[in-house]
Design a protein around this ligand. Structure first.
Ligand SMILES: [Cu+2]
Length: 405
């Protein structure tokens, strides 16, 4: 199905589209498809630890953007099927070409946590619903809107020992009882406790990130961490956009004013922190339906970058570099075990979980959900010509070199 991703601001101005997004998301949840996508995302961290030869490649890694582009498009195709089914049931003459695509959250245009503000309208009760309630029985639970607890339960199918260490704290998730509901503290720092980890990217920051020429020189995202290093630590495009490295200063200046560095956003990671709660725990973050709007914009920023840095040297590190890093023996940080961040894929290596042809996915009860094909970083690298398996790929405002903020 065709992809036509709209700026969320415009999307919400078109009558009915916001309701259709919510309805399609809820249908996917009822069908079990939504949970499959949540599980895929959690598996990148958790099940990679349990499967020999499987590495974490979706986060803190060279293929962060590639993995999420495939993930997003697969989700969008399911969302479009759900939208088509709902629309056709209501109106048999519905034209399938009119299905919705994922809108992208243009952060500077929608940067208020207050649903009464025009720039905070995505948090109204008719769409995403508001921030969590600090005085709720379970603090910061989302109590209004289509995703409040009675309509939207979360199920975390990850090992209990991981819950104990990573999730129990503040999330109301107990080991042995891995279900909960949405938690948010918009604009706050409920869980992160770090000021810079709860800022939305500004227009200036996004422009500076788009000027970085190196796709990835810092494949496992160590070093160059925000606020801790000199200008020389400014990171590659991927490391900065993911949120691990310092955004370069304006106009090619080599100085980073330490005072200025302190107020930088952490790009992708910072948006997770700004929404906070469920979104701030990366493995379970897709449980918050705002996840897709956020990642659609990250994908769009990458697509814009790709049109500005078109040479192949810029697009992906040479294979020899990747191999050298693969063989690196430096132990990774605890607690996530020996395989975290120690592997980078070649352009033609499959990205788990899409590593087998005609792979069938089922619910735990055995009901069939969908079938996937092998997807490599190379398959999704060219957004303008993605293969038939993933559908055509066009993002409004990207074909022109002019920015559409
Ligand atoms: Cu992710």
């Amino acid at each position: 199905m065709a992809m036509k991703r709209l700026n969320l601001k415009k999307f919400l101005n078109k009558p009915g589209l916001g309701d259709r997004y919510v309805a399609a998301i809820k249908k996917l949840k009822a069908d079990g498809v939504y949970q499959l996508f949540v599980d895929w995302h959690a598996d990148d961290r958790f099940h990679s630890l349990a499967r020999p030869g499987v590495y974490k490649v979706a986060h803190d890694n060279l293929t962060f953007l590639h993995w999420h582009r495939a993930y997003l498009r697969l989700f969008e195709l399911e969302l479009q099927k759900a939208d088509e089914a709902l629309q056709t049931a209501a109106n048999p003459k519905f034209d399938p070409d009119d299905v919705i695509s994922l809108p992208f959250w243009d952060y500077p245009a929608l940067n208020s946590p207050n649903p009464d503000d025009e720039t905070g309208r995505m948090w109204r009760e008719s769409f995403m619903g508001p921030t969590g309630d600090a005085s709720a029985g379970d603090p910061y639970s989302v109590l209004e809107g289509p995703f409040k607890a009675e309509f939207w339960q979360l199920y975390h199918r990850v090992p209990n020992d991981v819950f104990a260490t990573e999730f129990e704290h503040h999330l109301g998730v107990e080991a042995g009882n891995p279900s909960s509901h949405l938690i948010r503290d918009l604009g706050g720092s409920l869980l992160s406790g770090l000021g810079s980890f709860s800022l939305l990217p500004t227009t200036s920051e996004i422009k500076r990130v788009l000027e970085i020429a190196d796709f990835d020189n810092n494949i496992f995202s160590t070093g160059g961490r925000l606020n801790t290093g000199p200008a020389a630590d400014s990171g590659s495009f991927r490391a900065v956009l993911e949120g691990w490295a310092t955004i370069p200063p304006e106009n090619g200046s080599t100085d980073i004013d330490p005072d200025e560095a302190e107020v930088q956003s952490q790009m992708h990671n910072g948006v997770h922190g700004w929404v906070d709660g469920t979104m701030d725990r990366v493995p379970i973050a897709p449980n918050d339906p705002v996840f897709w709007l956020h990642h659609a914009n990250i994908d769009r920023i990458w697509a814009i970058w790709q049109t500005r840095h078109p040479t192949s040297d810029e697009q992906y590190p040479p294979s020899v570099d990747i191999t050298a890093i693969k063989e690196g023996s430096e132990p990774p940080p605890e607690p996530f075990g020996v395989k975290q961040n120690r592997y980078a894929l070649q352009l033609n290596e499959a990205m788990v979980p899409w590593d087998e042809p005609d792979k069938k996915w089922r619910t735990p009860e055995g009901r069939e959900l969908l079938t996937t094909q092998v997807i490599t970083p190379g398959d999704v690298a060219n957004w303008a010509a993605m293969g038939a398996e993933l559908g055509g790929y066009r993002i409004q405002g990207v074909s022109s070199r002019k920015l559409d903020f």
